[in-house]
Design a protein around this ligand. Structure first.
Ligand SMILES: [Zn+2]
Length: 376
């Protein structure tokens, strides 16, 4: 089997042609299982939530190259125009996953010392079921690269966290004609939201910029009033992005305090709960994964890599906080195109990222062994 640039472009195109929004990853997972088997992965398996894994090599270190198979919904016709490939997932993040698979297949041919596991996870864009299942499998992993679009010259070392909240406001109802006498759940909800947003801006906005600020977004609002009655229920969905200085517990305290105050003032009944939590994560910039990535980027592109912080959230957050091993996120593509109808990737960038992943693994393997020798 010839793992060349033709093959690399073809497998990416095939992956883009399989539509795989979160929850519908089965077809692409079966495709990847077959494909990894065909190009020489030594062990290939699929777990109970549908993640696929392909393994090459043996011994240590065990290096995880971790991508995701799911995309946000919305079909984009797959096509090559000039030097770019278009398709849903071209940026976020099938190019990264395809590049990792190609890199591992090439590493097999070069007789790497150590083991590489490529993982294609499910549900990264939604609830993170894939990464949580991976952690439950207790695979022994020494370090990991997460494949998300950072751009060929950037390495992502930090992500904000997120906290999704559902806040429900209840007020007594009555005849709409008595509106001057009765509170209105929708209006109370809006009042609260505006206050909360103002408090975030006044107290939790950092002069160092958005990465260090607590940033709230209203994600959903639903109010109910029966015929001719004043609305008595309003439910608010809030998406809060957490800087490393404000973990979820602190953010819950902040919003909980404001809700308590608001209840006392307004007499509303308010309940709230967190529906999703991912803590912020900052990797050690000197770890062996980042060192190796930096060298590989410089050698392959001739330019110094830039270390960047992202205002989104990645599977790296969940993994890095749990396993406490060296990690970084790296992948081809401009993340500003993620989730848009313009998702497309430069073929040159994609092919270069294969070389960078491959070199990175080789460098990690060498660094890891020299560290081990120093310890003994
Ligand atoms: Zn992604």
């Amino acid at each position: 089997m010839n793992i060349d640039s033709n093959y690399a472009v073809n497998i990416l195109k095939a992956m883009l042609e399989i539509y795989s929004p979160s929850g519908a990853e089965e077809e692409i997972s079966l495709f990847l299982l077959d494909e990894m088997r065909r190009i020489g992965f030594e062990r290939v398996w699929r777990n109970n939530v549908g993640n696929v894994y392909g393994e090459i090599g043996s011994g240590s270190p065990v290096i995880l190259l971790c991508g995701h198979m799911d995309t946000v919904p919305g079909r984009i016709p797959v096509r090559i125009e000039g030097e770019r490939i278009y398709g849903r997932g071209a940026v976020d993040a099938k190019s990264s996953l395809a590049a990792m698979i190609n890199a591992a297949a090439l590493l097999k041919l070069s007789n790497l010392e150590g083991k590489v596991i490529v993982a294609g996870l499910v549900d990264e864009e939604k609830g993170g079921r894939g990464i949580r299942a991976l952690l439950r499998e207790n695979i022994n992993i020494n370090c990991a690269v997460f494949g998300e679009p950072s751009g060929i010259n950037n390495i992502t070392f930090a992500y904000k966290g997120h906290l999704k909240l559902k806040v429900v406001f209840k007020t007594p109802t009555g005849h709409l004609g008595a509106q001057h006498l009765l509170p209105n759940a929708i209006e109370e909800c809006i009042k609260f939201w505006l206050r909360f947003k103002r408090v975030c801006e006044e107290k939790y906005k950092s002069p160092q910029g958005i990465f260090y600020s607590l940033t709230p977004t209203i994600a959903k609002i639903y109010g109910r009033g029966t015929t001719n009655s004043i609305p008595d229920v309003c439910s608010l969905g809030v998406d809060l992005r957490l800087p490393p200085t404000i973990p979820s517990k602190r953010a819950i305290e902040i919003i909980g305090g404001l809700i308590k105050e608001f209840i006392e003032e307004s007499g509303c009944e308010i309940n709230f709960k967190a529906t999703s939590i991912v803590e912020p994560y900052v990797a050690d910039r000197e770890n062996i994964v980042i060192k190796s990535l930096r060298e590989a980027v410089l050698e392959e592109t001739g330019k110094e890599a830039k270390l960047v912080r992202k205002t989104g959230t990645g599977d790296m957050n969940i993994f890095g906080l749990r396993l406490k091993v060296p990690v970084a996120t790296y992948g081809p593509g401009e993340s500003r195109l993620s989730h848009t109808y313009n998702e497309s990737i430069s073929i040159w960038e994609y092919l270069t990222s294969i070389k960078i992943y491959k070199k990175t693994v080789e460098k990690i393997s060498l660094l890891y062994r020299s560290l081990r020798e120093k310890e003994h």
